[in-house]
Design a protein around this ligand. Structure first.
Ligand code: NAD
Ligand code: DAU
Length: 334
């Protein structure tokens, strides 16, 4: 298959490109704007005969139309992805996540191309810590942040294009990913690279918030299964039963890196901070036989820590800018 991957130089997109090129004889074209979150180095070492990189914006309709016309399927990862940034400046989130998705949908409609839309569990809002419920495909949308509301908007556009124009599309909503190539602004890499730099990790508030962690390679395998065997028009939730509080995750990082358990700072909480996410992925497992390979979170985390230790040249150029952004955001909110 010739697959167009949007946002393929980002965290999950690049993991997906590695996964797909290792899984069969697919050809991949990546379109990526290389925002602060995109990194060409994340695609190094892949077979050049089966990978084409296009530096471009998904809002560029003529370029998108040409690339979609050359592809048999589109997997759409490109997004502004960080909640903290969306609180600081929501505009790029509206542009890329909503108008960018619209631009792709119109091209896919013209060419009749198979489309898979990548989304997030955050569209469902949050759960109480003691609520036995988990998100399912029929949970009502209730997003909290500018980021999650623009993702929810993009999901609704895809659903409307399926219903109104018969688009051959599927959607997936996944929980929090971790693994190699994740930008150092995100929770797990931020704390790992802080420790590697001799800085104290930063925990928002009391760290009670729960996230449902999944390795990015398990996310990729699920997306490929949906692309190849998913039912058109359907949504699949992707999750690996990985619920942990931020405090627990930080404790595991400190222990694995040989640092004292209290060597971190509690800092100002994120405004509107979602309390808990939890995914019920029975539909994906039952229909498509998908199972996570990284079932042991501590082992996956240890491998991730090892990756950041070995790949300082990949993350070091981004670290100072990411910490400067955090400092500016905290000052602006104080
Ligand atoms: P990321 O921020 O690491 O990567 C986003 C990529 O998109 C970057 O390479 C960036 O350069 C590119 N991009 C941004 N705007 C663009 C534009 N206008 N045109 C072309 N390229 C553009 O994000 P991520 O964490 O890899 O997330 C990828 C997707 O997965 C997003 O749609 C996100 O909502 C979704 N998702 C993420 C998670 C998670 O835990 N990170 C979980 C569930 C779903
Ligand atoms: O649930 C899926 C979502 O997961 C994706 O849609 C988003 O793109 C992705 O960024 C992620 O969103 P979160 O806001 O959950 O991820 P983040 O890594 O920013 O934060 C994870 C948790 O850790 C969250 O409760 C906030 C907290 N946190 C974060 C940072 C950066 C801290 O305690 N300290 C920090 O320094």
């Amino acid at each position: 298959m010739r697959i167009l991957v949007t946002g393929g130089a980002g965290f999950i997109g690049s993991n997906f490109v590695h996964h797909v090129l290792g899984a069969g004889d697919h050809h991949v074209t990546v379109i990526d704007k290389l925002t602060y979150a995109g990194n060409r180095a994340s695609l190094e070492g892949l077979p050049a005969s089966r990978l084409q990189f296009v530096h471009g914006d998904i809002l560029d309709a003529p370029l998108v139309d040409r690339l979609v016309g050359e592809s048999e399927a589109v997997v759409h990862f490109a997004a502004e992805s960080h909640n903290d940034n969306s609180l600081d400046d929501p505009r790029p989130f509206v542009d890329t996540n909503i108008i960018g998705t619209f631009t792709l949908l119109e091209a896919v409609r013209r060419h009749g191309t198979r489309f898979h839309h990548i989304s997030t569990d955050e569209v469902y809002g949050d759960l109480e810590l003691d609520d036995p419920a988990r998100f399912t495909e029929s949970t009502p949308y209730n997003p909290s942040s500018p980021y999650s509301s623009t993702k929810a908007g993009s999901d609704l556009l895809v659903r409307a294009w399926v219903r109104s124009f018969g688009l051959r599309a599927t959607l997936s909503n996944c929980s929090n990913n971790y693994g190699p190539y994740q930008h150092v602004e995100k929770f797990i890499p931020r704390q790992i690279t802080n420790v590697l730099r001799g800085e104290r990790p930063k925990l928002y508030g009391a760290g009670r918030n729960v996230r449902d962690w999944i390795h990015a390679d398990d996310h990729s395998a699920a997306v490929l299964a949906i692309l190849e065997r998913g039912r058109l028009g359907e949504t699949y939730l992707i999750g690996a039963d990985g619920e942990r509080s931020n405090r627990e995750v930080l404790a595991l990082i400190l222990e694995a890196m040989g640092r004292p358990a209290d060597e971190f700072d509690e800092v100002a909480d994120r405004p509107g901070h979602d309390l808990r996410y939890a995914i019920d992925s029975s539909k994906l497992r039952g229909e498509l036989g998908w199972m996570p390979r990284f079932a042991d979170f501590s082992a996956g985390l240890a491998a991730t820590i090892d990756w950041y230790r070995r790949n300082e040249a990949w993350w070091a150029p981004q670290k100072q800018a990411a910490e400067d952004r955090y400092r500016a955001q905290h000052t602006a909110r104080a």
